[in-house]
Design a protein around this ligand. Structure first.
Ligand SMILES: C[S@@+](CC[C@H](N)C(=O)[O-])C[C@H]1O[C@@H](n2cnc3c(N)ncnc32)[C@H](O)[C@@H]1O
Length: 300
């Protein structure tokens, strides 16, 4: 089944009754979206903060050294491998996640198609929020499949349950995770989606250790993060990631890149498998090349 944009908006992602203006205001409250003057200020501060963070941390270890280790004992981090960790978005801004214009801005329908979901698959929407992605995922895998919907904010799961009930979806399993454990079963997940979530993890190594353990040998992580390399993406810098940084963090934690989709307006879409997976590793396409091709402001 193909999810056309109208189908996503009208039946699976019903539009909220909140006006566009109040949704933008909510985004400012949650600190994800910034008007350009603040964004410029943020951009000036950010590199220095990252350099400081990088100088206090050790470099990434090769993936094969981490693959079979015990779960790392990790304290809450302010930064990881040179990247400053963002604060989780509050449930008070949940309406922004289901704003009517989201599909058009991010081309969520196209990302959804690229996930290549099939009936019967076992999925996880990690950091599911109020379920913008969880609901179409549940529809796609059908009753013989399942979607673990994990979040650390019970209020987000409550909103997700309400939306799932509204559409009569019975194959969603809400899970209240913790900051260092998504509480997933071992070796069961065919695809684990993280949309605009990973950069908020205060315990990225612990989370990646648990995620790796939850995947089947051919299972993949589908990671969507706003492109840090593109200044025209109107999102606060702390909530963006560069492809280079993503590669550094995932390779250091026992993952390899197996697929990517570089045609989205705002985001990287990267697929990672366990480094012992039979899936073949690929090299990432450099983002400057991508931006030139798709013609965003950063390329000019
Ligand atoms: C920006 S929202 C994105 C929600 C959803 N993925 C979407 O695209 O609509 C990020 C969500 O990740 C959740 N989150 C942050 N850290 C988490 C963690 N360690 N485990 C699970 N969820 C987490 C937050 O509570 C928040 O609901």
């Amino acid at each position: 089944m193909t999810f056309s944009r109208p189908a996503l908006c009208s039946s699976v992602f019903p539009t909220s009754c909140v006006s566009a203006c109040s949704l933008v205001a909510l985004a400012f409250v949650t600190g994800v979206l910034l008007p350009s003057p603040c964004q410029a200020q943020d951009a000036a501060v950010q590199p220095a903060a990252e350099e400081r963070a990088a100088s206090t941390e050790s470099e990434a270890r090769p993936a094969d050294e981490t693959a079979n280790e015990q779960k790392p004992k990790e304290k809450a981090r302010k930064s990881y491998l040179g990247r400053v960790v963002a604060k989780p978005m509050s449930h008070l801004g949940a309406s922004w996640l289901v704003r009517p214009e989201r599909d058009q801005e991010e081309n969520a329908s196209e990302s959804f198609q690229k996930l290549d979901l099939k009936p019967g698959m076992v999925l996880c929407d990690l950091g599911c929020g109020n379920g913008y992605w969880t609901l179409p995922m549940a529809r796609k895998v059908g009753e013989e499949g399942a979607v673990y919907a994990v979040d650390i904010q019970p209020q987000m799961l409550q909103k997700l349950r309400q939306r799932a009930d509204q559409f009569g979806l019975k194959n969603i399993r809400p899970v209240l995770g913790t900051i260092d454990d998504p509480k997933l079963p071992e070796n069961e997940i065919d695809l684990l989606l993280m949309v605009d979530v990973y950069h908020e993890f205060s315990h990225p190594q612990s989370m990646l250790w648990e995620i790796r353990r939850s995947l089947t040998p051919t299972g993949v992580v589908a990671l969507l993060e706003y492109r840090k390399e593109d200044p025209s993406v109107p999102i606060k810098l702390l909530h963006k990631m560069s492809k280079r940084q993503i590669m550094k963090e995932y390779q250091a934690n026992g993952f390899k890149l197996v697929r990517e989709y570089n045609e989205l307006p705002w985001q990287h879409l990267m697929f990672f498998a366990r480094d012992d997976s039979p899936l073949e590793a690929i090299e990432p396409e450099p983002t400057d090349q991508v931006l030139k091709r798709i013609g965003t402001a950063a390329a000019q």
